[in-house]
Design a protein. Structure first.
Length: 126
């Protein structure tokens, strides 16, 4: 059985935004919906009430399961096969490893926060 995915990211974050665009256009994952969390605040509030804060990383809805942060990135990267982008190929190879994802992900969260602060944008969505 094929899983359905909804990838939720921060559309103001340049890194998140570019990764989401690559997923949507170049990943060849057909059963994925990409949502900008800043444009879906009702969903973000409901996820936050369940303990999933988009400020701490992307959120992946996989059928009835919710994956957050490093787990979300690791899981979606494992679904990428033969992408039509060399950057996405590199990212998927790096983040298919649980160990590498858990090591690198906290640095990405900090980079996101710095990028948003430098643009004068709030890191919190709600």
């Amino acid at each position: 059985m094929t899983s359905n995915y909804t990838f939720i990211y921060d559309g103001e974050c340049p890194f998140c935004n570019h990764f989401a665009e690559l997923l949507e256009i170049k990943s060849k994952i057909t059963n994925i919906k990409i949502l900008d969390g800043r444009k879906n605040l009702t969903l973000i509030k409901s996820l936050l009430e369940k303990g999933y804060d988009l400020d701490k990383g992307a959120i992946l809805l996989k059928d009835e399961n919710i994956l957050h942060g490093a787990d979300a990135i690791n899981t979606i990267c494992k679904q990428i096969n033969n992408p039509s982008s060399s950057l996405l190929l590199l990212l998927s190879r790096v983040f298919k490893s649980n160990k590498r994802t858990n090591l690198i992900f906290p640095l990405l969260v900090r980079a996101r926060r710095l990028a948003l602060i430098s643009k004068g944008i709030s890191t919190s969505l709600v």
